[in-house]
Design a protein around this ligand. Structure first.
Ligand SMILES: [Fe+2]
Length: 205
């Protein structure tokens, strides 16, 4: 599924209200059914008009976008990135009870950052530092170590040879209905629904 064109918007693996009270149901619905759907539709339309790239995976589209013809570079970068980033965002949320990273990933976070709390503080600062729209990420570098990165708009950290483990979408569409312009409140709430088990599986993969 979603290996290449035509891409689909997979249904969320949980109900819209599963992240309540941290992320509201209406935001989840609009974010998934409208925002992500638009990226999927736009990407498919671009690929329909450019069949040479129909066999490319999402990752390949993101990585090869800079080498594409000038009229395709930016729209592919934005729309393939928009699909990739949102699929990762929605797949690393969980609405059960708040988690902390455990296992190999948890140990490495504590080793590199001193404590989970210190990591949370740094990640929060990164998420708040994004000017305008973008994401904050925890990624695994090629040497196996971790780093926190931010990206603007729909750029992805794949372009930096890193493996994204988890991300927070800090576009206003991700939080404005509930948190208004208070991104810090949203980031705090995001930590209550971050799926560290899934991030740990990605780290071990
Ligand atoms: Fe988003």
């Amino acid at each position: 599924m979603n290996e290449h064109y035509p891409f689909i918007n997979p249904p969320l693996p949980y109900s819209y209200d599963f992240m309540e009270p941290y992320i509201d149901a209406k935001t989840m619905e609009l974010h998934h059914d409208r925002h992500l759907q638009t990226y999927v539709d736009n990407l498919n339309q671009l690929l329909k008009e450019n069949p040479a790239y129909q066999g490319f995976s999402l990752e390949q589209l993101v990585l090869y976008a800079p080498s594409m013809p000038d009229d395709l570079k930016t729209p592919i970068r934005n729309n393939a990135g928009g699909v990739y980033n949102h699929l990762l965002y929605f797949s690393t949320l969980q609405g059960n009870s708040p988690q902390q990273p455990s296992g190999e990933l948890g140990s490495l976070i504590r080793k590199q950052y001193g404590s989970y709390e210190a990591f949370e503080k740094q990640f929060t600062q990164a998420a708040l530092s994004v000017f305008g729209s973008g994401y904050a990420w925890l990624v695994r570098k090629p040497d196996g170590s971790l780093t926190i990165r931010t990206t603007a708009n729909q750029d992805t950290p794949l372009s930096f040879q890193t493996l994204p483990l988890i991300c927070i979408d800090v576009w206003e569409h991700a939080y404005y209905l509930k948190h208004y312009n208070q991104r810090a409140d949203y980031v705090k709430d995001w930590f209550a629904v971050a799926d560290w088990e899934q991030a740990g599986r990605r780290f071990a993969s």
